[in-house]
Design a protein around this ligand. Structure first.
Ligand code: F6R
Ligand code: MN
Length: 202
């Protein structure tokens, strides 16, 4: 079903289903796949990411299914976000992460499957890590960069929802990274300072 738009807004109510095992959305408009080869520089040890790909082949780290809801004030965009289990060295597979272009826009993540966390950081503040497991809702306030991290051994599936006009600023994270990373230490996730913070793009 194609969403009908009138006056720049969704014209009719609609519903979709997200498969709670695979995360696949039925009747989606856009499907984004992020393979490790395009994500090497988001990890704190890019050489380890290259080695992983050399050894295991290019690997799907996360994917997103979404409806093309207008990117305007008043609409709510949502998607199915699926981050796969895996690690580069000790660092878990994760999404690129971003600020919203409209910094004051918030977001909620509803976790459907898996075990992980959302890392949130303001431009100059301390990191906040919120757990994700089925049934859990994480509120990401405006001004916080955010990324999903899979710390488990099954897909981490969530439903993020955010204001239509939020927009996405990936560049700040591409250039600087997050100040912190989440790695496995003694079998548990640990939050450490990012040794490459401020020079991720280099
Ligand atoms: C939207 C949002 C999520 C992410 C998705 C993929 O504002 O936060 O829908 O877009 O989890 O992560 P990114 O966008 O960081 O590649
Ligand atoms: Mn977001």
């Amino acid at each position: 079903m194609q969403i009908k738009i009138e006056n720049g807004a969704v014209a009719f109510p609609f519903s979709i289903k997200i498969n709670s095992v695979t995360g696949k959305m039925d009747d989606y408009d856009t499907h984004i796949e992020r393979f490790l080869s395009t994500l090497v520089s988001i990890f704190s040890d890019p050489d380890a990411a290259e080695d992983f790909i050399e050894k295991n082949g290019d690997t799907l780290a996360y994917e997103v299914y979404e409806k093309n809801i207008p990117e305007v004030n008043g609409e709510i965009r949502f998607c199915s976000s699926i981050t796969y289990p895996g690690k580069i060295g000790n660092e878990y597979f994760m999404t690129k992460g971003h600020f919203h272009s409209r910094l004051d826009t918030a977001e909620i993540y509803y976790c459907i499957r898996g075990n992980g966390c959302i890392l949130m950081e303001k431009k100059d503040g301390n990191p906040i890590l919120e757990d994700m497991y089925p049934g859990r809702v994480v509120y990401v306030p405006g001004y916080y960069a955010h990324r999903s991290i899979n710390i488990g051994d099954e897909p981490l599936i969530s439903l993020p929802a955010y204001p239509g006009d939020a927009g996405h600023d990936y560049k700040s994270i591409e250039d600087n990274g997050f100040r912190h990373i989440v790695v496995e230490k003694n079998g548990k996730p640990a939050l450490l300072e990012n040794p490459r913070y401020g020079r991720m793009g280099k």
